[in-house]
Design a protein around this ligand. Sequence first.
Ligand SMILES: [Zn+2]
Length: 320
Amino acid sequence: MSAFKFCPRCATPLETGAVDDGPPRRRCPAPGCGFVHWDNPVPVVAAIVEHEGDIILARNAMWPPKMFALITGFLEKDDPHPESGVLREVEEELGLQGKVAEFVGHYPFERMNQVIIAYHVVATGEIKLGAELVEYRRVPPAQLRPWPAATGLALRDWMLRRGLEPQPYENEALRSIRDFHPIDLTLATAGQPTAEQFFAVRAGGYQTVINLLPETSPSAIPDERAAVAAQGLRYHHIPVEWEAPAKADFERFCQVMEAERGRRVFVHCAANKRVSAFVFLYRVLKQGVPPLRAQEDILRIWQPDAVWTRFIEERLGDAA
Ligand SMILES: [Zn+2]
């Protein structure tokens, strides 16, 4: 991911190779130079800005329309503490005087090679957008819809601590996927995406794809594994026969879900029917979600037929 082609010290073209038994890095081969581009993550401060009871989300001039996020910025060399850095950003970008109310947490932002250090900042004054921002939005805390990555995860945690229930994240590209139905901030379900739609899956913040559709299904796409890998997503294929779902399939699904815990998972089949049943069972049996609540999500997709009703009852029976 490095942007360096030449050594910034001696202008020799950089090479890629291991340094001290570590992972491959861009390094300078010139004798006596020794430059290594370590590419360590960069700390970024983020503010959940509360102003007159609302949360202020802002849109950067470089971003697409409708994309609003927290106030973020890099630390300056002479910032004595990340807290003063985040207050400086709030003042520069919104023209507000802020006070740190709470440290929310730190969050990896792998795609940008950053570590987000997030704070809740209570701010006063009149909003005046800085040069980088073009628009802002006031959102009452209960109506926030955190996006499933980086600063959105900070917002989710902040809401949960206040007893607010974050709404599942959706956008137009995700909604255009057949039978897309997000369950919560870490789990979404759907029917078969096209190869191109896996871009939207990645852009929506998902990290892992689980496919329950057999390759022989007429709805399957050719070489899904490659389409998913092209987006840098993790992939698990657990083919489930429509007419004969097996206990072993569900057990394998549970193992994969367990192994992927902490990642944001996108599960699909052809029309979200197999998936809605598997996810219902997983939520009830492994996550302790009340059956009536988990049932709402299955019924939004379909009313399970005789084969699948029996399959669901048998798995609930196994656990009883
Ligand atoms: Zn060099």
